[in-house]
Design a protein around this ligand. Structure first.
Ligand SMILES: Cc1cc2nc3c(=O)[nH]c(=O)nc-3n(C[C@H](O)[C@H](O)[C@H](O)COP(=O)(O)OP(=O)(O)OC[C@H]3O[C@@H](n4cnc5c(N)ncnc54)[C@H](O)[C@@H]3O)c2cc1C
Length: 470
């Protein structure tokens, strides 16, 4: 049994962690990014050091008070938002935001967990390096949350997800002990990998307080193209061709749907549409090259070969960095336009690459049999990761059709499962998908996860209800 934060507990915290900073819960800590629901908190604290985090966790474990680690608050599966049960303690990493050290010779950077992703990217750039993790929430999301969710984003195709970019972690475990795992090693086979266990654990196994991160050589020239494709299958073939011609220079390959472009036109008319007539499908391809290689020329060659094979019917190749940014503005406006239209169901799924096109066809057919919907299916095609989102018809609101949500979600996830995919590609499980994980997860894996959770967090104080049921 867990206990709510009480006035007595808050006073006790101040005595065991003197000077501990607190925050007003109403200052954004209880809001979900899509505005779909609100959370609750007994107290929000913002420790300034790892030792203070340890003091807070020790006190919470003794009093059996639930703790929710909180970084940027941009998580999309409710991992940082508690809507019921005992009033939790929200532990914000916002004051631990320093870039502690940069080692250009090692291609390594050491940061505190509250470092904002955009600042980490900027520090790498200042050192002439690249920190390639990139997502639309990068101005707010913090390293602790990005590692906590094993975030993906647009460059996974080339550089991997957050896990692939992390060499070491410092964390406070659920009993309040500090694990000093912030090594800068690329090879370290010394038993079970606690780092990999904490990455993606969504605050259920401890609080990440710092990390050593990989930096990479910075490509000297970037290029981007928007190519109109006749179908998702053609997009996949185009991706294969891009890989053949440009190898690992292809950093991102995003699939964009005409419905997404229409939503942008309807809700964000200030965003410039790339084509006079909105295509049904297009791909945004981003490349980064070094030395004498010329991205624009490489993309032109790709377009010519693809046109000969009927994989593309129209295209734009960015003639400047400004135009490249315009292309990305279109892609990154899609989540906001989606939010303004209001989805009945949003999803974050992945499939084997060769099944993506078939999934889009089959899901469309199944949904058509259930009712009339608008579908915006887009995402990180290069990673087999789709955001397959379902909307009400024009003239209707999300509220008019929200009762259909459980059926639609179940139908989509059943299909994903049947096609050997994943119900969470990059956002995590949080609270929104905890039931789905029980439904679709492998029983042996679920049992091992439960055993790990019980061993490391016997009181169950760390983010209860997220990932695993209470
Ligand atoms: C507009 C928009 C675009 C997005 N695009 C993408 C995308 O392309 N790819 C993608 O993967 N995600 C995306 N997201 C989701 C979100 O940005 C990521 O999940 C991100 O990693 C969350 O980081 P955060 O700092 O905001 O974490 P929070 O929201 O604060 O927390 C997320 C989870 O991590 C846990 N956590 C937080 N801090 C710690 C810590 N220090 N130690 C342990 N656990 C911790 C929390 O308890 C919670 O369970 C997007 C979100 C928005 C709003």
């Amino acid at each position: 049994m867990l206990n709510s934060v009480t006035k007595g507990f808050a006073a006790h915290l101040q005595s065991v962690v003197p000077g501990l900073a607190t925050r007003d819960p109403a200052m954004g800590y209880l809001e979900e990014p899509r505005g779909s629901y609100f959370g609750q908190a007994g107290l929000v604290v913002a420790p300034g050091t790892t030792e203070e985090v340890a003091g807070v966790i020790r006190a919470a474990a003794n009093a059996r008070v639930p703790v929710v680690p909180y970084s940027g608050g941009t998580g999309l599966v409710g991992g940082q938002i508690v809507t019921d049960g005992p009033l939790p303690l929200i532990l914000s990493l916002e004051r631990m935001s320093a870039i502690t050290a940069v080692y250009p010779d090692e291609n390594v950077m050491v940061v505190q967990a509250g470092a904002i992703l955009a600042n980490v990217q900027a520090a790498a750039e200042q050192a002439g390096r690249l920190f390639p993790l990139s997502l639309a929430s990068e101005g707010t999301a913090r390293i602790g949350g990005l590692l906590g969710t094993n975030a993906g984003g647009v460059n996974v195709l080339r550089y991997g997800n957050a896990r692939a970019l992390c060499l070491g972690i410092e964390a406070v475990l659920p009993d309040g002990s500090i694990w000093h795992g912030m090594k800068r090693l690329r090879k370290d086979n010394t038993g079970y990998d606690l780092r990999d266990l904490l990455i993606g654990s969504e605050g259920t196994l401890g609080v990440i307080t710092g990390a050593s991160l990989r930096m990479l050589p910075r490509p000297s020239h970037y290029g981007a193209a928007l190519m109109v494709v006749p179908s998702p299958r053609a997009a996949l073939n185009l991706l294969g061709l891009a890989g053949e011609q440009m190898g690992e220079a292809v950093s991102a390959f995003e699939l964009i749907n005409g419905m997404g472009l229409q939503f942008i036109a309807d809700t964000m008319p200030q965003v410039r549409q790339p084509f006079a007539e909105k295509p049904q499908w297009m791909a945004l391809i981003d490349v980064g090259m070094s030395g004498a290689q010329d991205p624009r020329h490489a993309l032109e060659t790709l377009f010519e070969t693809a046109a000969e094979r009927d994989l593309v019917s129209d295209g734009l190749i960015a003639q400047s960095e400004g135009q490249r940014r315009d292309f990305w503005t279109v892609r990154e406006s899609i989540p906001e336009a989606n939010r303004r239209v209001g989805a009945i169901v949003s999803s974050d799924i992945s499939l084997p690459l060769s099944s993506v096109a078939e999934f889009i066809t089959r899901a469309g057919a199944v949904l058509a049999a259930m009712g009339e919907y608008r579908i915006n299916s887009f995402g990180h095609m290069g990673d087999g990761n789709l955001h397959y989102n379902v909307y009400p018809m024009p003239g209707q609101t999300k509220a008019d059709r929200i009762a259909e949500k459980p059926d639609i979600q179940r139908t989509l996830h059943d299909l994903v499962h049947a096609m050997d995919g994943s119900i969470s590609a990059e956002h995590g499980i949080g609270r929104l998908k905890a039931d789905d994980l029980q439904r679709y997860g492998d029983p042996a894996k679920l049992a091992a996860m439960r055993a790990i959770k019980d061993a490391l967090d016997p009181e169950g104080i760390m983010n209860p209800g997220a990932v695993l049921p209470n």
